[in-house]
Design a protein around this ligand. Structure first.
Ligand code: PRP
Ligand code: ZN
Length: 305
């Protein structure tokens, strides 16, 4: 194993990750799949990559864009909800150049929603006219109101938005919803989706120092590779040569399959293909119906294009 300099080394990459919340486990899983080995003590704010010059900072998700914007961290894993809110806030303050969104990631899906108390008659955005809306996303909400030509009061809170209507601080809320259980527990119902969110990788607006560029490139390539194989499957089967065209059509999200002759069987071939989508039982039944036999479906662990 290669030796890396001490963890305080400014030439080590730093990536900010949510400390505890909906993105934490999936973010750490992504980094592990990229080959990172690290040890994390309880309540530790930072952990040091043991086999890469990469350190992970654990912070509140709302702080991640600021840390990346200020170049304290080179990279960050955070939801589009926070990215969009911060981007609008920075733009309003004429901050530039801004941090960049490098890649969307396949986890942390949720929605920023307008939600109303039971009994509130919501028809469309016009129902918000003149109302008080509690949120921790004032910039995204204000943009939505502006786009819809609605004049409403934005009540900015730092948390516990869902209880604002009951406390009489607002008529309705604009908040993040994933399972919907927070809404249900507070007698609120979804009225309108303002923003669809998922996790994304962001990077500093500053040029990354030469010494860190190689590992940045490698990490980004590995993240891309991990994202690509999610849901991907490797299919192997035997088929009559005459059914090749029909079988190729049935393979979900695959490019040209590899066709291999079978020794002593001029009429039958082996077909291998990477499918970029999940393979369901129905697909296997269709393949069998088209003449395929010995169908094997394997998970894909890593892929480098
Ligand atoms: C959001 C939101 C709700 C909850 C909704 O908080 O403010 O409290 O998630 O999730 P549910 O639909 O599954 O019940 P978040 O986890 O983003 O907390 P944070 O604002 O402290 O980051
Ligand atoms: Zn948060």
């Amino acid at each position: 194993m290669r030796e890396f300099q001490g963890a305080g080394d400014p030439m080590r990459l730093k990536i900010a990750v949510q400390k505890s919340g909906r993105l934490t486990d999936s973010s750490l899983d992504l980094l592990s799949r990229c080959g990172l080995k690290y040890s994390r003590g309880k309540d530790q704010l930072m952990c040091y990559g043991e086999n890469m010059p990469l350190d992970v900072l654990f912070v509140r998700d709302d702080d991640i864009p600021d840390l990346v914007q200020e170049d304290v961290c080179d990279l960050g894993l955070v939801g589009l909800n926070v990215i969009e809110e911060k981007r609008l806030a920075f733009q309003a303050r004429d901050v530039g150049p801004l941090f960049e969104t490098v890649q969307l990631l396949d986890f942390g899906r949720c929605r920023l929603c307008i939600a109303v108390p039971d009994g509130f008659a919501y028809e469309d955005a016009r129902s918000l006219q003149g109302r008080r809306i509690a949120t921790t996303y004032p910039n995204v909400l204000s943009r939505f109101l502006e786009e819809n030509g609605i004049a409403a009061e934005v009540v900015v809170l730092s948390g516990s938005v869902e209880i604002a209507p009951r406390l009489g601080r607002a008529d309705l809320i604009c908040d993040l919803v994933s399972t919907g259980s927070t809404l249900a527990a507070n007698h609120l119902r979804h009225a309108h989706t303002v923003l669809e969110s998922q996790a994304a990788l962001i990077r500093t607006p500053m040029p990354i120092p030469l010494q860190k560029q190689e590992w940045t490139r490698r990490l980004l390539m590995r993240i891309d590779g991990v994202e690509q194989v999610k849901g991907s499957k490797y299919i192997m089967l035997h088929a009559p040569r005459s059914a090749l065209a029909a079988i190729a059509k049935l393979l979900p999200g695959s490019e040209a399959p590899t066709v291999i002759p079978l020794e002593g069987r001029g009429d039958r071939v082996a077909v291998h293909a990477v499918c970029r989508e999940n393979v369901f039982w129905e697909t296997l039944e269709d393949l069998k119906g088209a003449g395929a036999t010995s169908v094997l479906v394997l998970p894909v662990e890593k892929m480098l294009a």
